[in-house]
Design a protein around this ligand. Structure first.
Ligand SMILES: [Ca+2]
Ligand SMILES: [Ca+2]
Length: 134
């Protein structure tokens, strides 16, 4: 008859928290920047910055209208964005559909980042402004 082995819980050395803190030992923070584009830009490139280059990370993002134009060029969007090891910035490409219609107002959308796999969100919301060219 075998006796059940009793194991003492030990710290799991496979778990690494290196991506949670920056070089100064502070918790990693993510910020998203506002961007203004012309309607014929094809993609509005939204830049997310983090306070480290270490480790991989993933965030969720969403794009929603704040001030909708009468002829919108950006659709609602949801997705995920990834940081590779060594990268301090990651980008979201938001497709912009050019049209021939004159907008009453330039449209404004809110891009929001959330749920980073490491660290925390510092500035989670930014505007995408699309300038009409008709
Ligand atoms: Ca146009
Ligand atoms: Ca237009």
């Amino acid at each position: 008859m075998t006796t059940a082995q009793t194991t003492t819980p030990r710290p799991d050395t496979n778990v690494t928290c290196e991506a949670n803190v920056d070089e100064n030992g502070n918790e990693v923070e993510y910020s998203v920047k506002c961007v203004t584009v012309k309607e014929d830009v094809r993609d509005a490139v939204v830049v997310i910055t983090r306070t480290t280059t270490k480790g991989v990370a993933r965030l969720d993002y969403s794009v929603n209208p704040k001030r909708a134009a009468n002829f919108p060029t950006i659709q609602k969007l949801k997705g995920r964005v990834f940081f590779k090891d060594g990268e301090m910035t990651a980008t979201i490409k938001v497709p912009v559909k050019n049209n021939n219609m004159k907008a009453r107002v330039d449209e404004v959308h809110i891009v929001e980042i959330s749920k980073p796999t490491t660290g925390k969100v510092k500035k989670g919301k930014a505007e995408i402004v699309v300038l009409d060219d008709d």
